[in-house]
Design a protein around this ligand. Structure first.
Ligand code: ATP
Length: 362
């Protein structure tokens, strides 16, 4: 539905978007994720028509959008600040764009009612924005941005002003609205958990380029680089040197000389002597006081617990290996016994299966 084709955007001598290609399908909930200044908002502004591309083009349903002004694109943008008019009622705020387009009074009223029902704010039509909670203001802003039924809604940090719990509830409301209306949503967020929760696909950006575009699960389980792995969730990144294959497992050594077994992906090239980075998620590592049973496809190392942090559903352990490396491991607290067993300064074994880690270029 949407195609960025070799899109470059420069501001003076600064390149904000660099020869970028991206396809977004109809009805996707698509996230742009990346550090501050990587070009996420610029991508949105180009799509909405607030900026023109320097080179390349953007297509919508196969039509080149170049030269089409913002108000002629079936695309709307919702801002983090909500930008509600403080002196206008909720109903007037929602109907503002329709009124400007001189909608008939009856139709306008019907659409405003429909939008109020959509965001579950029936009964709030006559309130002013200052009489609403943050979550309700967010829903008015959403209703207003959907009132003209755009094909595509761009959401720039739509939940940034809400506290954690409300934010999580509102994520599900957004997903529900998107699904019910069958629209394409593109969201910019700083919050990786939010991107993982709401998105059908995520694009991870860095300095005006796309590093990886994939489903949340693929990005988490099979990051294309150590940067992406580190950007999404917690991770141990361990430099290793490949030593060869043994059956279907790759063998590698890390700094301390410890031998590791890794189950490679079909696309991995396993050249002996090559230096790679091992991506090992904390929750894939088991922490035990007793030495686990020896198995050819299980890795194990010994160390000392330096920190334990308990967060209700899980406990995280920082374990100093005898070679000096610090490893982060996480156990779900349904395994309460293993957590209780382990204390600060205890000697523990960390173990993980060969298939639980991924290799990326060093
Ligand atoms: P954040 O997460 O902080 O909002 P972002 O990824 O959305 O960041 P953009 O707002 O797209 O980043 O900006 C990308 C880069 O382009 C930044 O370095 C920014 O300073 C620069 N930039 C954006 N708009 C302009 C402009 N109008 N003039 C000059 N530079 C700009």
């Amino acid at each position: 539905m949407i195609r960025f084709e070799n899109v470059t955007k420069t501001f003076g001598s600064f390149t904000a978007i660099s020869d970028l290609n991206l396809d977004i399908q109809e009805r996707e909930f698509f996230s742009l994720l990346g550090p501050s200044g990587c070009g996420k908002t610029t991508m949105m502004r180009l799509l909405a028509g607030f900026e023109e591309v320097t080179s390349g083009r953007i297509l919508l349903d196969g039509q080149d959008l170049t030269g089409t002004p913002a108000n002629r694109r079936p695309i709307n943008m919702m801002f983090q600040s909500y930008a509600l008019f403080p002196h206008m009622s909720v109903a007037k705020n929602i109907g503002f764009g329709l009124k400007q387009e001189r909608w008939k009074k009856r139709d306008l009223q019907d659409r405003v009612d429909e939008m109020l029902a959509l965001v579950q704010l029936e009964g709030f039509a006559d309130r002013k924005p200052h009489q609403l909670s943050g979550g309700q203001m967010q829903r008015v802003a959403l209703a207003r941005s959907l009132a003209k039924k755009p094909k595509v809604l761009l959401l720039d940090e739509p939940l940034g002003a809400l506290d954690k719990k409300l934010r999580e509830e509102t994520q599900f409301q957004l997903m529900d609205v998107q699904d019910r209306l069958g629209l394409t949503f593109i969201i910019v967020t700083h919050d990786q958990d939010e991107a993982m929760t709401v998105s059908s696909r995520i694009a991870v950006m860095k300095a005006g380029k796309l590093l990886q575009t994939d489903t949340p699960a693929r990005i988490y389980e099979h990051p294309a680089s150590s940067y992406v792995a580190d950007f999404i969730g917690n991770v141990n990144l361990i430099n290793v040197e490949l030593s060869g294959m043994e059956g279907d497992l790759a063998l590698a050594r890390w700094d301390g000389g410890t031998r590791l077994a890794i189950r490679p992906q079909p696309e991995d090239v396993m050249t002996p002597g090559a230096r790679k980075t091992l991506v090992l998620r904390p929750e894939k590592i088991h922490v035990t006081k007793d030495r686990p049973a020896e198995a050819h496809n299980v890795n194990m190392v010994e160390g000392t617990v330096e920190e334990i942090s308990y967060t209700g559903s899980a406990s995280t352990f920082l374990v100093r290996l005898d070679g000096g490396m610090l490893i982060r491991a996480q156990e779900a607290n349904r395994l309460l016994t293993s957590r209780r067993e382990v204390d600060w300064n205890d000697r523990v074994w960390l173990s993980w299966r060969a298939g639980a880690c991924v290799l990326v270029d060093a």
